[in-house]
Design a protein around this ligand. Structure first.
Ligand SMILES: NC(=O)c1ccc[n+]([C@@H]2O[C@H](COP(=O)([O-])OP(=O)(O)OC[C@H]3O[C@@H](n4cnc5c(N)ncnc54)[C@H](OP(=O)(O)O)[C@@H]3O)[C@@H](O)[C@H]2O)c1
Length: 435
């Protein structure tokens, strides 16, 4: 049997999972790949407590793996964009195929990496970079190859989803849940990338590049995290039949492509509303299939390793095998693509949830609704909460019909200027995800 030699760089959470699964399920995986897949070199600064590398060669310098002439596939699992970039580029230049789970690396440096890989005739595969164990890259690249993608919306950051789920089910404060997420290892000591939407934006850039055959584009993604969300908005949204989720949305419109990451109200009847805890899900709407939902573990050692190994198997099937055995040739399909027209955030059209504190005096509410009417914003629902004892203001919640971002902003600034309105208007976008 043909032998494909694997070099794993980084023996942390994901690296150790890949090593262990390849050991545990090696026979099965090799029979599926129609070749023996063997880890023959590991690059790790130190040993992993739960990973016995046995007789496998271990180098403390990961670059030794990229230089090893026997290695066919280098698996980059160290993370970050500096050493990982140099490692991937060296591997490519040395004629090795690369598998990575590194979304930041692909989103930020993908164009350069894919161009180098195309020139050298090798593949860079990155299934685990988006939604961990859910094979969403394969879905877009292969399963939906015959479809035009109209839009996709994903819960693609488990940390944010855990925080929002806890806020909704237990009426907890953001900071309190974040602390628990850090204690449970769901969030990093520095959680900025997760809670400010950067991680989700990296993943959205990758999904959109495949869905719309466009270059990776992180700069044009509108990004808003979950740090400003108040428990009362989670409760009011629930009262109105919505759940707040942090979504990555990519939509093809007649005016161009929208790319955005932000908290979003979704109807409680929408399948995404039921995706809780650290789980991920991506909903795709395409012309032939219609709506489809892909759901599962978006992180963790073995779920992520599952996707890494799927890439290893795909590449192993292709290396030296006759084309008749190929399931799919993993192309470096992202290079040399024309950038589509992007829709600026000001022109994006969504529904909105608005909340403002208003003095409960005659005519105050009609002043606010008049502003909305004059800006041609239709109201789907409006609720004026009861005035709490001793409070000067009542909360007013408005759910609008679809309106352009710029028009909504204009109306919001006029409402904020009313003498009866106190403070800023809380504004959260709302997606029905039903067409
Ligand atoms: N964890 C997940 O659930 C998950 C899900 C999807 C994607 N990913 C991606 O998978 C990649 C790996 O994540 P992870 O969670 O496995 O991270 P991790 O647990 O921190 O493991 C990274 C490993 O790489 C090693 N490393 C870092 N820099 C190195 C260097 N210069 N030389 C040699 N070794 C180096 C670290 O060594 P030390 O132990 O010595 O620091 C550590 O063992 C990242 O790109 C991440 O975004 C992770």
């Amino acid at each position: 049997m043909r032998v494909v030699q694997i070099g794993i760089c980084g023996l942390g959470t994901v690296g150790s999972g890949v090593y262990e699964i390849l050991k545990r399920n090696g026979g099965l995986i090799s029979s599926r790949a129609n070749c023996a897949i063997e880890v023959t070199h590991v690059g790790a600064r130190r040993d992993h407590p739960n990973c016995d590398t046995q007789s496998t060669r271990v180098s403390r310098d990961v670059f030794d793996v990229a230089k090893d002439p026997d290695i066919d596939i280098v698996v980059e699992l160290i993370g970050g964009t500096s050493v990982a970039f140099d490692l991937v580029m060296m591997s490519i230049n040395n004629g090795k195929h690369v598998v990575t789970a590194n979304k930041a690396l692909i989103a930020e440096n993908g164009a350069e990496i894919f161009a180098a890989a195309a020139q050298r005739g090798v593949t860079v595969a990155y299934e685990a970079a988006v939604a961990g164990g859910i094979p969403i890259i394969k879905v877009l690249r292969e399963g939906l190859a015959g479809n035009q993608i109209n839009w996709l919306a994903g819960i693609i950051n488990g940390t944010s989803n855990f925080i929002l789920s806890e806020m909704a089910s237990k009426q907890r404060e953001f900071a309190d849940v974040l602390k628990e997420a850090q204690e449970k290892g769901y969030a990093e000591a520095d959680p900025t990338f997760d809670i400010e939407g950067v991680d989700a934006a990296h993943k959205l850039a990758i999904l959109a590049s495949i869905a719309f055959a466009m270059p990776l584009n992180i700069e044009d993604i509108y990004m808003e995290g979950i740090t400003q969300l108040q428990p009362c908005d989670v409760t009011y949204a629930a009262d109105l039949g919505y759940v707040i989720k942090h979504l990555g949305v990519a939509r093809q419109t007649t005016e161009g492509v929208e790319l955005r990451v932000h908290p979003t109200l979704v109807p409680v009847s929408c399948l995404l509303a039921g995706v809780n805890d650290v789980l991920n899900a991506v909903m795709i709407h395409s012309d032939a299939l219609g709506s489809s939902l892909f759901y599962g573990r978006g992180a963790g050692s073995e779920p992520t390793a599952s996707s890494v190994i799927a890439d290893i198997v795909d590449i192993s099937r292709v290396i030296d095998n006759p084309p008749s055995t190929w399931v799919s040739a993993l192309g470096c399909q992202l290079e040399a693509l024309d950038a589509p027209k992007m829709v600026p955030m000001e022109c994006v059209e969504t529904c909105f949830y608005l909340r403002f504190a208003m003095r409960d005096t005659p005519g105050a509410l009609s002043d606010a609704t008049k502003i909305l009417a004059e800006t041609s914003i239709s109201i789907e629902a409006i609720v004026q909460k009861e005035q709490p004892a001793g409070a000067d203001f009542v909360d007013v919640i408005v759910v609008t019909d679809r309106v352009r971002e710029a028009e909504c902003k204009q109306a919001v600034s006029q409402i904020e200027a009313l003498s009866t309105v106190h403070g800023s208007v809380v504004t959260i976008r709302l997606e029905r995800l039903d067409d």
